[in-house]
Ligand binder design. Structure first.
Ligand SMILES: Cc1cc2nc3c(=O)[nH]c(=O)nc-3n(C[C@H](O)[C@H](O)[C@H](O)COP(=O)(O)OP(=O)(O)OC[C@H]3O[C@@H](n4cnc5c(N)ncnc54)[C@H](O)[C@@H]3O)c2cc1C
Length: 548
């Protein structure tokens, strides 16, 4: 973080040094959240009498977390937040999510709702609600998904009918809504997307609110059940019925998707932090196990810890270089968000942020699943059991490439909107990559990474030409490979920067340079292969009739 903040000219807040903040949240995560993460996974949430009960200990941890001001870390001071940077928020989020993702989900939803209200709602409404969200007196949800409308919100059936002025009655069914009920706070505000009947079904955003625990039947908002899930057992995933539930219009009629975009940006960055958190947790568990587990023989014939075996070292070094690479990329995106938020006109940082957000969300999610899977492998049979927590990392990680827009949807956003429609962000990124590559490498190891990144960037350029040359079908078929290639190159850029800026005699320096080379050898070398696949377009994607 230090490196990225300085590279972008962001200054840390003198009154609240970042290192102290990170040390404090790490202490809270180690003492409170990590044990809660394990017990909440085993206990799960309960749904009885129309009300959700969260696992034991959640309420106490949430109260402590909210009481210490963490919910409003990056929200404006005048609304009860601490006014700190998105970079610091992303670093804090990683630590929370590495220990207990459900708390991170609750926190980001409050933050995203606050940012959306501050940007699009009546100022009086924001002034009333945002401080309560910062204090954790109220929590919030984002209610978009419906049985017939997941990735495509245009298919939603929830209807809003005008009562008077900005007051509307909403009727419909929402599913998979995180924390739509719980036993943590006084009130829950719901940001709900619905179609306005009087205005050609224009998708609009509404603010609804209710008391938790089925205590407010007159609100017209009823939680009708919670899902049994693979992971994230500490977070309730709710089905919600809206029966003429009264809501207030946020923004204007027909601007629902535009308003929700503020939230989506915040949530994509957070899911990236969740991914980094899982990568870190899985890597630490694997490293510790591999140091302790004696199995097999070393070169001298003696029994050794499995970390001595080349194949185990391969797995752990891959896990480490993916963790540190996606961490750097996520912090970099957060830094662009900080700069972009301070500028009113469209800027270089805003263009880079728009291009990097789907990449960050995609990369951190996909690599979290991959890393957690490697973590189980390092543990052998014990990884398949509940004994060490490696399997929980994989179960929890598996949602990351699905919610807040699946990996496929991130890829379509990148390819269709950010390359084919307008490539400003792509050109901004390639300029940054070129600038980095033009710098003189200061050590032999850096020069190898630089050469491999240079080849990766050439493959990225050629893949972009293919994406522009394909018809829509070809571009869509190649979108996921393209996003993976963009992810690998962007993380390669981070690794070259990290290897280049660490001082020669710094304790971490040798480790960083070695891991940069692991990344270059194992990942940047895949770029040419991906570019070739991207050039095939839809050639290797059979027609649906053949697959039915
Ligand atoms: C634990 C959990 C928590 C959640 N929390 C919330 C929440 O708080 N609020 C909320 O509103 N939602 C929430 N969701 C819903 C989540 O955001 C959706 O599940 C997700 O957006 C995908 O929608 P879907 O499940 O309907 O899948 P679908 O949209 O049916 O997609 C299925 C598959 O088809 C692919 N696909 C779909 N359309 C296209 C296309 N046009 N081109 C290419 N591929 C396509 C997808 O990539 C995916 O692989 C949550 C879900 C879960 C499981």
């Amino acid at each position: 973080m230090y490196v990225i903040q300085h590279a972008l000219g962001l200054e840390s807040d003198d009154e609240t040094p970042s290192a102290d903040i990170l040390a404090e949240i790490a202490r809270f995560a180690d003492l409170e959240l990590r044990p809660l993460g394990r017990s909440a996974d085993a206990e799960g949430c309960r749904f009885e009498g129309g009300a959700v009960t969260l696992p034991k200990g959640f309420k106490e941890a949430f109260r402590e977390f909210a009481g210490d001001g963490w919910l409003g870390l990056s929200l404006p001071k005048e609304y009860g937040g601490l006014g700190l940077t998105n970079v610091l928020q992303a670093a804090v989020s990683e630590i929370i999510n590495g220990a207990f993702i459900p708390l991170g989900m609750l926190a980001v939803t409050a933050r995203a709702a606050a940012k959306t209200l501050l940007k699009h709602a009546d100022p009086n409404l924001s002034a009333d609600i945002v401080p309560r969200l910062c204090r954790g007196e109220w929590t919030s949800t984002i209610a978009m998904t419906e049985p017939a409308a997941g990735s495509d919100p245009n298919l939603m059936n929830t209807r809003a009918s005008c009562i008077s002025g900005r007051r509307y009655g909403l009727t419909g069914s929402k599913i998979f809504i995180s924390f739509a009920d719980h036993d943590l706070a006084e009130r829950i505000v719901h940001l709900v997307l619905a179609k306005v009947t009087e205005r050609d079904d224009a998708i609009s955003l509404f603010l609804l609110s209710t008391r938790p625990g089925a205590a407010d039947p007159a609100s017209g908002i009823e939680v009708i059940g919670i899902e049994q899930k693979l992971g994230l057992h500490g977070s309730p995933t709710c089905a919600v019925a809206l029966r003429n539930a009264e809501g207030i219009l946020v923004g204007e009629v027909g601007e629902g998707l535009k308003c929700i975009f503020t939230m989506v940006n915040c949530m994509r960055l957070e899911v990236a932090s969740e991914g980094v958190g899982v990568c870190h947790a899985a890597t630490e568990l694997a490293r510790q196990y591999a140091r302790d587990r004696i199995q097999g023989r070393g070169k001298g014939g003696q029994a050794v810890a499995i970390i001595e075996h080349p194949d185990v070292r391969r797995m752990i070094s891959e896990m480490a270089c993916l963790t540190e690479g996606v961490r750097a990329l996520t912090l970099q995106a957060a830094a662009y968000m900080d700069v972009a938020e301070r500028q009113s006109a469209p800027s270089h940082s805003a263009a880079l942020l728009a291009f990097l957000l789907p990449i960050c969300k995609f990369a951190a999610s996909e690599f979290a699943v991959y890393t957690a899977n490697l973590g189980i492998q390092v543990h052998g049979g014990s990884g398949y059991t509940r004994a060490y927590g490696a399997e929980q990392c994989l179960r929890d990680a598996r949602i990351l490439p699905i919610y807040e827009g699946t990996s496929g949807i991130q890829a379509i956003d990148l390819v269709m909107r950010k390359v084919r429609r307008s490539a400003t962000g792509y050109h901004a990124l390639v300029d940054e990559l070129d600038r980095q590559l033009q710098r003189q490498p200061w050590c032999d190891e850096c020069s190898r990474v630089q050469q491999q990144l240079s080849a990766g960037v050439a493959a990225f350029r050629s893949a972009t030409d293919s994406i522009l040359a394909h018809d829509d079908e070809g571009a869509l078929a190649a979108a996921t490979d393209y996003t993976m290639l963009a992810s690998i190159v962007s993380i390669g850029w981070m690794w070259l920067r990290m290897a280049s800026v660490v001082e020669a005699d710094a304790p971490a320096s040798n480790r960083k340079r070695v891991l940069a080379n692991v990344y270059a050898d194992r990942y940047l070398t895949a770029c040419e292969h991906l570019a070739q696949r991207i050039s095939f377009g839809a050639r290797s994607t059979p027609d649906a009739t053949l697959l039915m």
